[in-house]
Design a binder for this molecule. Structure first.
Ligand code: ATP
Length: 280
């Protein structure tokens, strides 16, 4: 068994995330079931990884393992060369429903990680009206929300809120950015606009991104690597490299290589779902 705080093998120190033979079980006794089966995975710092697969296959479970919100039942998870939980690492998160605090302005909402996360929190009071405010304004401007800093969340549309949500996830320049279906609730046009915005932010800051999505075009547009998972108990069955030149544009998504890729991914997921039906 691994000791808490174990260090990853030195040959793999440039890998920011490593899962070794990880299994996750939920429930107890007769209700216990295996959600994630023997998963091994390594991710290089600065990479953009998308995870796709049938509903319930364990995509969000992998996000939670990497974010340290969940412990593996077996195996080990290393983040930044150390067993998860042993050392703090900057993580940004965004989910399908942006949970903004309604009594705060958009600027104050975006600033929250600076107020909470070290090394920013200790100088928050000194910088909140100068340096940090400028930083928030610059980021809001970048995502097309310049001039909306004083608005309240309920005055913004869903697409605008998700832009603000991305700003909040990135304001403290996290090393890891965890995105769980962040654009799932948006219309197609807004979603496509946000893909380009997220791509630009990633090119600027180069965090390591884990994106969970059901939208195969989204995965192929944004990621450098797409992991396809089998049905429950989930395993990574395919690891596809995506090397379309950046910055990608919406036109890229109509090119043959791109549609071949998304079509191929779709076939894999349909096959995984059929296997699930046969099992049940
Ligand atoms: N805390 C929990 N307790 C019990 N079961 C859980 C828990 N979290 C997840 N599960 C179960 O584990 C399995 C994997 O869940 P997970 O959320 O990782 O799937 P997913 O691939 O992200 O699904 P979706 O695409 O539908 O969001 C599912 O069957 C889910 O019901």
């Amino acid at each position: 068994m691994n000791q808490q705080g174990a260090v990853a093998p030195s040959s793999s120190r440039n890998r920011i995330v490593q899962l070794e033979d990880v299994r996750v079980r939920f429930g107890a006794d007769t209700d216990a079931f295996l959600a994630l089966d023997r998963t091994s995975l390594t991710v290089e710092a600065g990479d953009f990884v998308a995870m796709v697969g049938p509903s319930g296959c364990g995509k969000s479970t992998i996000l939670k393992l990497v974010a340290g919100l969940l412990r593996p039942s077996e195996g080990v998870v290393f983040v930044a060369g150390r067993e998860i939980g042993a050392e703090r690492i900057g993580i940004g998160m965004a989910f399908q429903n942006p949970t903004m605090l309604p009594w705060l302005s958009i600027r104050q909402n975006v600033m929250l990680p600076l107020k909470i996360v070290e090394p920013y929190s200790s100088t928050y009071r000194a910088h909140k009206n100068t340096l940090f405010r400028d930083r928030v304004e610059a980021l809001l401007e970048k995502v097309g929300l310049g001039g909306f800093g004083d608005h309240r969340p309920w005055q913004l549309s869903g697409g605008m809120l998700q832009r603000a949500n991305l700003c909040r996830a990135l304001i403290h320049e996290p090393k890891l950015l965890m995105l769980d279906e962040p654009f799932g609730a948006l219309d197609q046009f807004t979603r496509e606009e946000l893909w380009s915005i997220l791509q630009d932010l990633w090119i600027d800051q180069r965090p390591t991104v884990f994106l969970v999505t059901h939208d195969l075009r989204e995965a192929a547009f944004l990621a450098n690597r797409i992991l396809v998972m089998s049905s429950r108990p989930g395993r990574v069955t395919e690891d596809r490299k995506v090397d379309f030149a950046r910055p990608r544009t919406i036109d890229t998504t109509y090119e043959k290589e791109f549609t071949d890729l998304t079509h191929g991914l779709r076939s894999l997921i349909v096959a995984a779902k059929q296997k699930e039906k046969v099992k049940s």
